[in-house]
Design a protein around this ligand. Sequence first.
Ligand SMILES: *Cc1c(COP(=O)(O)O)cnc(C)c1O
Length: 410
Amino acid sequence: MTKKGFSTTNLHSDRKDNPEHGVLHKAIHPSVAYGYDDARELAEVFQGKKAGYNYGRQLNPTVTALQNRITAMEEGVATVAFSTGMAAIATSFMSLLRSGDHIVSSAFLFGNTNSLFGTLENLGIEISYVDATDVAAVKNVTRGNTKIVFVETIANPVTQVADLAAIGDFCKSEKLIYVVDNTMTSPHLFLPKKVSASLVVNSLTKYIGGHGNALGGSITDTGLFDWQSFDNIFEHYKKEQPNLWGITQIKKKGLRDMGSTLGPEAAHHLAVGSETLPMRMDRASSNAQQLAELCNTHASVNNTYYPGLSHHPQHSRARQLFNSFGAIFSIDLIDGIDCFDVLNKMETVVSSSNLGDTRTLGIPVAHTIYFEMGAERRASMGITDSLLRFSVGIEDISDLLDDFHQALNP
Ligand SMILES: *Cc1c(COP(=O)(O)O)cnc(C)c1O
């Protein structure tokens, strides 16, 4: 049978294992515990000799169904879902690293990931921040204790596109774990596996869930990394087949020990949301392209940052790697135009911090999500005080264009 397409596979995913009553959605299972007629079977489940559920912190059928959808979307071998995207990143790093290990990270990061890495530094993990738009910068700082290279596909908020393929080749040859945060592109626009990613992060809160009504995060193992070459796997988790060692450790530590578990109700919302991911993403990307083009030539705008504009420094890389250029763009304004005034004049665009919603959201980033990191780090990331980030939604484009026109015209 030929392999079915992205949408078909996802839409029919929950029907696969003969669900009760032939339901088309996996049921929401609220049960925390699972009963066994034979106590020996319970012991076998605990010892991993038999598949089954034991306690809701580690496993839940509704969450498993969502994990299977994400594994299929990312063309990976296994996925673990978490309560949020930050929980996915934090617990994976805590599960895989030891003090004295070194991370090479893109300097252009989601603000909370940047803050998390500060916490890891306090725990004895070393971090080097580099301009990941060029693999040479990653190579320069890699050393004997480097374990992980971390990048985002399209960076927040200035939309730099990492040198994804060359970094993948480098990580492969150096046996480094290559972690790609695919949140901004989603598996509809980009498969990190194609650039040799080892682990893929998705904040399910954003495009995959897509409606701003549930939090969630995930880590998918692409199956490409040789975990036998990695020092930090606990002996217990070496019983599985080697390509599952890493994700097993993330699951055991991240869910069982750290408890950042996704709830079944949220899993249901995220799964239903994911069914329209390709349609939403295509529409939002097309809307973003048109708005970015408007801003790019508008007299009130100093700079427009969007990979779909031909002057963007990584425009051709983005064209080559991604199905479209995504739905996030940022602008900074000319002197004398206040970013708060512009947002306040907008009628359709909502002042809000989320991204990947169906509605268009705008935020003055230096004063909000990038406030805590301070002016110096902001400057190094290209974030000016007047920078506005827009997460473009799926509204009618004519209404969005009207709203930007009236708000930007002085
Ligand atoms: C939002 C976001 C996260 C964190 O996800 P939450 O679900 O909000 O915890 C991580 N990385 C990127 C790129 C994000 O945009």
